[in-house]
Design a protein around this ligand. Structure first.
Ligand SMILES: NC(=O)C1=CN([C@@H]2O[C@H](COP(=O)(O)OP(=O)(O)OC[C@H]3O[C@@H](n4cnc5c(N)ncnc54)[C@H](O)[C@@H]3O)[C@@H](O)[C@H]2O)C=CC1
Ligand SMILES: O=C(O)C(=O)Cc1ccc(O)cc1
Length: 296
């Protein structure tokens, strides 16, 4: 027999790539929420969500949207969390489970915990899945299939609340890992935030060069550069908020990266072929490992 839905009434706040993917999944499966409420304040987004039939109820006001919900999931840029929490806290139902998909986790605790009403259970989460696209049309139900979701639960969180968030992600086809927020922020700083910082930078550098030399540098972009442009086409609000809310870990990884890049530059200057070969071999090895793990 089919399992009962994880939530009686689930509210998704933010129906962009991630929120609309969860909504599509919930629609397709039917065992995630009995009733699905969608809330988005972006221009034209609520209308588009209604057109796409992604939820039973569509709202633009977050306070009204969360009323009587036993599950709430924040899927907006992390810089909106403090303001959203202030708006929803007075309306959260006792016993409700509050979770999120934000890419930074220290800031989420900082912004959500102080306003958490007694009896509401916070279980922060971060799906390690996404694309460079955003908005309600960008989502798809299989986005989380075979991907990791990192949860950073607080000590003493009620096991039943944690189990609901785990059930949601398991039904999405994801694998669950648990971490403390500081470890999470360091790990994602190196595997996700620094690569985006590098991609945005390399595109700006190439663009500056093209303007300075008045030459069509970009016409000759090879596939390596094109791979960077995919990442660099990601959403502005989302990535501004990620950088500003994982400042410490990102700066630490950037400092390490800069040191290592300088060392490689020095080897190039002094013709140290062995050092250069070693770096290339390490890159190739990591790629092979990811392919073996089926994550490339
Ligand atoms: N894009 C990606 O690849 C991934 C993103 N994340 C995280 O998930 C969250 C959502 O990201 P995306 O879906 O990519 O963003 P998105 O830009 O596609 O969608 C965000 C939505 O939130 C809405 N919104 C913004 N402020 C709001 C507010 N105050 N009230 C109601 N709605 C509001 C916007 O109108 C937009 O529709 C972010 O915190 C991001 O860091 C996590 C994993 C992957
Ligand atoms: O599209 C890509 O390359 C990504 O890296 C997707 C992504 C973006 C942000 C996250 O917090 C997690 C995954």
């Amino acid at each position: 027999m089919a399992e009962p839905p994880v939530f009686r009434r689930l509210c998704i706040i933010g129906l962009g790539l991630i929120g609309s993917s969860i909504a599509r999944l919930a629609r397709e499966r039917g065992d995630i929420a009995e009733t699905l409420v969608a809330c988005d304040s972006g221009p034209g987004v609520a209308e588009r969500v209604s057109e796409l039939g992604l939820a039973d109820v569509v709202e633009t006001d977050a306070g009204r949207a969360v009323r009587d919900c036993d599950g709430v999931i924040l899927c907006t840029p992390v810089g909106t969390f403090a303001g959203l929490m202030a708006a929803i806290a007075p309306h959260l139902a006792p016993g409700a489970v509050l979770t999120d998909t934000g890419s930074t986790k220290g800031s989420v605790l900082r912004d959500l915990l102080p306003l958490l009403p007694p009896g509401v259970h916070l279980v922060p989460g971060h799906p390690m899945a996404g694309t460079e696209h955003s908005g309600p049309d960008a989502g798809f139900a299989t986005l989380f299939q075979g991907r990791y979701v990192i949860l950073t639960p607080l000590e003493g969180t009620e096991p039943a609340a944690r189990a609901k968030v785990e059930a949601l992600w398991r039904r999405a086809g994801a694998m669950i890992e648990t971490m403390d927020p500081a470890t999470h922020d360091k790990v994602v700083a190196i595997v996700s935030h620094l690569p985006h910082l590098i991609a945005f930078t390399i595109c700006s550098t190439a663009d500056d060069l093209a303007q300075e030399t008045r030459e069509q540098v970009l016409k000759f972009a090879a596939s390596g550069f094109r791979d960077f442009t995919r990442i660099a086409s990601s959403d502005v609000d989302m990535w501004r908020d990620v950088f500003l809310n994982n400042r410490e870990a990102l700066l630490e990884m950037l400092a390490r990266f800069s040191e290592d890049a300088h060392a490689l530059g020095r080897a190039v200057r002094w013709g140290e072929a062995g050092f250069i070969e070693d770096r290339i071999r390490r890159g190739r090895k990591i790629r092979r490992t990811l392919i073996e793990l089926k994550q490339a």
